[in-house]
Design a protein around this ligand. Structure first.
Ligand SMILES: NC(=O)c1ccc[n+]([C@@H]2O[C@H](COP(=O)([O-])OP(=O)(O)OC[C@H]3O[C@@H](n4cnc5c(N)ncnc54)[C@H](OP(=O)(O)O)[C@@H]3O)[C@@H](O)[C@H]2O)c1
Length: 412
């Protein structure tokens, strides 16, 4: 006897939802064959049933909902004993561990492959293929909007505002791009990745965050001369008893694979103790890649329901492992400093670094402005405590011949 069809309710029919519906409606038999059970799109919840849609969908499938937040939709589904698949990174980053605990209590599953890295298989890679490993570090270019913007600033010398406008016109940035530019989106994704990689609860507000605001076209020129690209990096690393987790722009060696991630692409570099280094690259956003992850989860879930087993291991989070305060993290830095063009300035700056215990890796005098008799200095450091690097920055800014510490970036 054929198994009973698996009924699917879909919330949202926007960029992602419409592609999920489209795949289910146009590719039903293939998906059902892979799942071993018929997948039946039963209802689609939207805000406005009368709205014009990009896909053809029977009006009978649509139903309108209020504006309750997604988290409570997911909670209600779990409490009603229903499995959930979500692409919502904000909900999973902020409440993922509790939702997964609640799901375990109800013997249902929450799948969220699409919440990080769009179509790139990340969660399933950690949950299944890399299970035998202790994950040592994860470094990623995980926000397509900022990567596009930084790429255009680097290649065309555009100021940030122009590059953002171009990204909006090309459909790579939202009308309000502050979540991306400010590094919030990358922080949500890193919170999910770190939680899954180490099986601990990493909250977005525990992750050090800096956006790409403040980077100027000249920084790309200097970085390239020194052998680096500039990327928004999401990085986490295991230390004894604690983990490091940070999101900020950084100079990345041109030799590193993350330096070569172009445009709206995403890349995640994982290091496990057994597997070594693994690089996952692909489209980190967009309706179709994200639908690929959502529908992939659906097939996986349908298979496990049909077999009556959980095909994937459930999560158990270790509460004892916390995130290291940023001041205690060791990193390299790049400073761009505008100073008076007169003797003694270099010595004063060198003294600040020496007193803060920061050792200098390179010290270059760049362009001079003859109109105000200033020059630009570019300094890179060896690995040092972040607290010392910050202190050096503040102290230099107060030196009399220093006009401004115009840029302070980490070197990755
Ligand atoms: N776009 C991407 O590339 C991408 C990638 C990865 C993850 N995600 C995540 O996927 C989710 C959907 O993103 P999207 O880009 O598809 O968004 P979107 O285009 O804005 O679509 C949102 C959909 O949700 C519906 N909706 C909103 N609030 C609702 C409510 N209270 N009750 C019922 N329906 C409601 C809207 O209904 P109406 O159509 O009637 O307005 C719309 O169909 C988000 O959590 C996002 O973070 C997106």
């Amino acid at each position: 006897m054929a198994p009973r069809p698996l009924n699917v309710g879909l919330i949202g029919l926007g960029t992602v939802g419409s592609q999920v519906a489209e795949r289910m409606l146009s590719w039903g038999p293939q998906l059902s064959r892979r799942a071993g059970v018929e997948l039946c799109l039963q209802k689609v919840l939207v805000r406005d049933v009368a709205k014009r849609r990009t896909i053809e969908i029977s009006p009978g499938l649509l139903t309108a909902g209020g504006d309750e937040p997604m988290r409570s939709y997911i909670e209600r589904a779990i409490h009603a004993g229903k499995h959930v698949i979500t692409a919502n990174k904000v909900v999973m980053a902020k409440h993922g561990p509790e939702l997964l605990d609640a799901a375990a209590g109800k013997n249902v599953d929450v799948y969220f492959e699409a919440a990080v890295g769009g179509g790139i298989p990340l969660i399933s890679t950690f949950r299944t293929d890399l299970q035998a490993n202790r994950i040592e570090r994860v470094s990623a270019v995980i926000n397509g909007t900022t990567n596009y913007v930084l790429g255009r600033m680097a290649s065309a010398g555009l100021p940030m505002a122009d590059a953002v406008r171009e990204a909006q016109e090309a459909g790579y940035a939202e009308a309000d791009p502050s979540d991306d530019i400010g590094g919030f989106d990358a922080t949500y994704k890193l919170a999910i990745l770190a939680s899954i990689a180490y099986e601990i609860k990493v909250r977005p507000d525990e992750i050090y965050r800096e956006g790409i605001e403040g980077i100027e076209p000249v920084d790309f020129r200097y970085a390239r001369e020194l052998g680096y690209a500039i990327k928004l990096i999401a990085h986490t690393q295991r230390h004894p008893g604690r983990v490091e987790a940070r999101v900020h722009p950084a100079l990345v060696s041109l030799e590193h694979p993350l330096a070569r991630v172009e445009g709206a692409e995403n890349a995640v570099f994982v290091e496990g103790d057994l597997v070594g280094q693994v690089l996952l690259v692909g489209q980190g956003a967009g309706g179709r890649p994200t639908a690929s992850a959502v529908v992939g989860d659906l097939i996986d879930l349908a298979r496990s329901i049909r077999r009556g087993v959980q095909s994937r291991p459930s999560f158990s989070f270790d509460d004892r492992v916390g995130v290291i305060p940023i001041g205690e993290v060791k990193t390299r830095a790049y400073y761009r400093i505008r100073v008076d063009d007169r003797p003694g300035v270099l010595a004063a700056i060198g003294q600040v670094f020496a007193e803060e215990g920061v050792s200098i890796s390179s010290f270059i005098q760049k362009d001079a402005w003859s109109h105000d008799m200033t020059v630009e200095l570019v300094v890179t450091t060896h690995p040092s405590l972040e607290a010392s690097l910050q202190k050096a920055r503040e102290r230099m800014a107060r030196l009399e011949p220093v006009h401004a510490v115009s840029a302070f970036l980490r070197v990755f």
